[in-house]
Design a protein around this ligand. Structure first.
Ligand code: GLN
Length: 278
């Protein structure tokens, strides 16, 4: 079989299970063959050897069972860095890069020195902030033991272990700590949205998605408790769904946050809320 044959076979096999069958196949085949995607297209008529065909077919089977490409390859690019990941942690999303960009801007403009990334998952937010701002003293937390393991791989691989991880259920193990900035991409899907994804065969962990009845269970706790963990004029940045933003804004106003503003994601939907606690 040629590269062209395999791409056609793969795209056909994934037409019901992926929104981007051709893209997925080309990423998987390029990885199997150890070349980049551009070379794949330049070598359309090349014959592929049997071990590579076998490996590619295994990947296509996993993808058709609902495993994201990132889980199959155990890696995902985020903000130009390649993060290790596995089944059991949330796949980093491009929209979360906007949270990182916003945080970087605040850190630079206000000379912020200490940070917390809560519900860190792969560590993509904390690690990217530290890569871009090496002087920032940032801690990452998560309740999930899988996250802790995956975070540590990324911390070693990308930063020579320069970030501390604390196993913590939200703020529970952070007593007496204070930060200039707290960033978080917590679970914020509604129970119904989470259940629908499970029924659809979605492979990401419920723990990283389910935010309770209206998706705001953890977010309300974070908004209420963060002032105890923020230094004067400290910032809180939260990623959530667009239809949760008004509710979050009201909660932040009544908790005394100032300078509250909402930023849009790549699809122009409200995605990030920012507030300052004076
Ligand atoms: N943005 C993610 C999604 O819609 C949800 C991630 C989360 O709950 N933190 O898939």
């Amino acid at each position: 079989m040629t590269i062209r044959d395999l791409l056609n076979y793969g795209a056909d096999s994934l037409k019901n299970s992926s929104e981007s069958p051709r893209l997925d196949c080309s990423i998987l085949l390029a990885k199997v063959m150890g070349i980049d995607r551009a070379s794949l297209f330049a070598r359309y008529s090349d014959i592929v050897d049997d071990p590579h065909i076998e490996q590619f077919k295994k990947f296509i089977t996993l993808r058709s069972q609902g495993y994201p490409v990132a889980y199959i390859l155990n890696e995902k690019e985020f903000y130009g860095y390649t993060f290790y990941l596995e089944d059991g942690v949330l796949t980093p999303r491009p929209d979360t890069e906007i949270l990182v960009e916003t945080a970087l801007d605040l850190i630079e403009k206000n000379s912020l020195k200490t940070g917390l990334d809560m519900c860190t998952g792969t560590g993509c937010i904390a690690i990217t902030l530290k890569k871009e701002c090496p002087k920032l003293d940032i801690i990452a937390t998560d309740i999930s033991p899988i996250s802790e393991r995956v975070f540590k791989v990324n911390n070693q691989k990308l930063l020579n272990n320069s970030i501390n991880f604390i196993h913590s259920d939200l703020f529970s193990n952070l007593k007496d700590k204070k930060f200039d900035i707290i960033v978080t991409n917590p679970p914020y899907l509604t129970k119904k949205e989470t259940e629908d994804r499970v029924l659809d065969g979605w492979k990401e962990p419920v723990l990283a998605l389910d935010g309770g009845f209206d998706g705001l269970d953890l977010i309300h706790t974070i908004i209420d408790e963060a002032p105890n963990y923020l230094n004067n004029s400290g910032w809180l940045l939260i990623e959530a769904s667009s239809n949760q933003m008004e509710d979050m804004k009201r909660s932040m106003e009544s908790a005394g946050y100032k300078n509250i503003h909402i930023l849009k994601d790549l699809a122009s939907l409200d995605r990030i809320i920012v507030g300052k606690y004076e």
